[in-house]
Design a protein around this ligand. Sequence first.
Ligand SMILES: [Cu+2]
Length: 127
Amino acid sequence: MKQLTRAALLTAALVLTACGGGEEGGSGETAVTATGPADAQVVTVVSNAKIEFEPATVNAKVGTLKLTHRVEGAIPHNLVFDDQSLGGTQTLTEGKEETLTLTFKDAGTYDFLCTIHTGQDGQVVIS
Ligand SMILES: [Cu+2]
């Protein structure tokens, strides 16, 4: 009986570890890797009705990334990089999208946000 309990606890601990590792942030945040060759990578980031970027993390390589920002839901959003040289999109309404052509020369983390909604942010991680 005692051994059974220990086994059950171990199993529970493993399940918790697996959950913690798989879901970054725990609030529905997701990560995707841009597709395509280094000089023509493509990704779409949606501003959803929950006022989140989806995905919140884009992984890409040094090179050129065409990042399309699309708005779903009735609330307008924009997507603006902290690094002003990267720029940002206009404020877009439901169903609209705009594509930024971004050149990343260095590996690193490039943060972006929606200037309308505090806490709506994301990042491009270049490797
Ligand atoms: Cu927003």
